[in-house]
Design a protein around this ligand. Structure first.
Ligand code: AMP
Length: 416
């Protein structure tokens, strides 16, 4: 099996030879490179193999099954019959996957519908009408799907692919029997994909019952070193530079790395810290190799004690005794977070501190990183002289496009 990691080879979506209509959807979604779970899973799904994958939310698991599923259906769907069924534990996840599906399949003729219950009689009738007309992909919660199947109008005899997403959660919620009941209505000759954040024995047992000779994929991410004290500040962008100065003034740090997402931020911050008479240098892609080596040499020799850098420094550099890492901007994803903060707590004393500054627009992204870590990073109060920071972002209960948010007009059914 090909093992993809971000550091050894950068795959692109062209490597999967997807249909051009699907590549257009990918372009519009802004995805450029597949995530590790996508790189691992997509080739097998395209080959119509059964797959059992251990992957958490935030890894890109949804597109790992949606992309090959849409690609397989573009030239191979049956009018008026359901070709793929995606069973999920909650209506929120059904809505989320449905939105993903809408975006990725936008330029194709593959249609989808979300069936997630709750709602009123009117919503049920709308779902019934859509199911009777037929949709290529149905995303559903188990209970509601069974209600529709029991009414006799759901056409499942030509189903090609079944996906169980967050299977461990579905088992915990007591959906085992409902899922088996639905599977009883599906053809035996089909592809089955099972995604789960954890792999307890009951998931293994389920997979033995419903998967055929599956490929096993596991891209669970590594956990951060436990000796790193992690903290985060909710800040406005305009407060970030002053907060860096405040943190640096709290203690005598030997070696500090401050990560920024953009060169522009690196330059602006390094400039301000130099003005504050701190012993600081910057490192980013505008520096040539000799300049970078010069800066790194001074930093390793402890002649320079603060380095402001882009992510070019987040992997591979081996400098001991870095006692503080500051994420001036949040990293791109959970893996980058682990690599960045892993620059500290490497030396002989083995401990370190990592602070992350989270601006308003970064809160959602950091929440995803925390989900991936399986742990909330403690939020620390801002020093009084900086004034109030932003509050905690609370996602709207009515995501755009849901029936509830659109006054009862269901938005997830795409006409053929
Ligand atoms: P998921 O783990 O499926 O919930 O996805 C987590 C987030 O990653 C979602 O916001 C996706 O839109 C995003 N995402 C998925 N695949 C990619 C990719 N290849 N490149 C960039 N973002 C992605």
């Amino acid at each position: 099996m090909h093992i993809y990691t971000k550091t050894n080879y950068t795959l692109t979506f062209d490597d999967f030879y997807f249909h051009h209509k699907l590549l257009d959807g990918l372009d519009a979604s802004g995805y450029i490179n597949p995530t590790p779970i996508q790189a691992e899973v997509i080739p097998y799904v395209l080959e119509k193999r059964d797959v059992i994958a251990c992957a958490q939310t935030g890894t890109g698991k949804t597109a790992a099954f949606l992309l090959p599923l849409i690609d397989n259906l573009i030239d191979n769907k049956h009018e008026h019959d359901i070709s793929a069924l995606i069973i999920v534990p909650t209506r929120e996840l059904a809505v989320q996957i449905s939105q993903h599906m809408e975006g990725l399949s936008y330029f194709t003729e593959v249609s989808s519908i979300a069936i997630f219950g709750g709602g009123d009689g009117k919503a049920f009738v709308e779902e019934k009408n859509a199911l009777s007309r037929g949709a290529d992909v149905v995303i559903c919660t188990p209970g509601k799907m069974i209600s529709h199947i029991n009414m006799g109008y759901v056409k499942l005899s030509k189903l090609q692919c079944l996906v169980l997403d967050e299977a461990d959660r579905m088992m915990d919620m007591g959906f085992h029997d409902d899922i088996m009941k639905i599977i009883g209505h599906l053809p035996k000759q089909r592809q089955t994909l099972l995604f789960s954040a954890t792999m307890p024995a009951k998931i293994k047992q389920l997979s033995q019952k419903i998967l055929h000779n599956p490929i096993e994929v596991n891209v669970a991410i590594s956990k951060p070193n436990e000796n790193i004290v992690q903290g985060a500040f909710l800040v406005y962008d305009a407060q970030k530079i002053e907060l860096v100065k405040h943190v640096l003034a709290q203690k005598e740090f030997n070696s500090v790395i401050i990560f920024c997402s953009k060169k522009l931020h690196v330059k602006a911050l390094a400039h301000q810290l130099k003005r504050a008479k701190l012993n600081v240098a910057e490192i980013h892609s505008d520096l040539d190799q000799a300049e970078r080596e010069d800066v790194m040499g001074k930093f390793k020799a402890k002649r320079l004690n603060i380095l402001v850098a882009t992510d070019i420094l987040s992997r591979g550099i081996d400098v001991e005794d870095i006692d503080l890492v500051i994420n001036y901007d949040i990293p791109h994803d959970g893996e980058d977070y682990i690599h960045r903060i892993g620059r500290t707590a490497r030396g002989t004393n083995g401990s370190g501190t990592a602070y992350t500054f989270i601006a308003e627009k970064e809160q959602k992204g950091f929440k995803q990183i925390e989900e991936l870590l399986g742990k909330e990073v403690p939020k620390l109060p801002l020093p009084a002289h900086l004034g109030e920071g932003p509050g905690i972002y609370v996602p709207s209960k009515k995501p755009a496009g849901t029936a509830a948010a659109t006054g009862g007009k269901k938005k997830f059914y795409k006409k053929k």
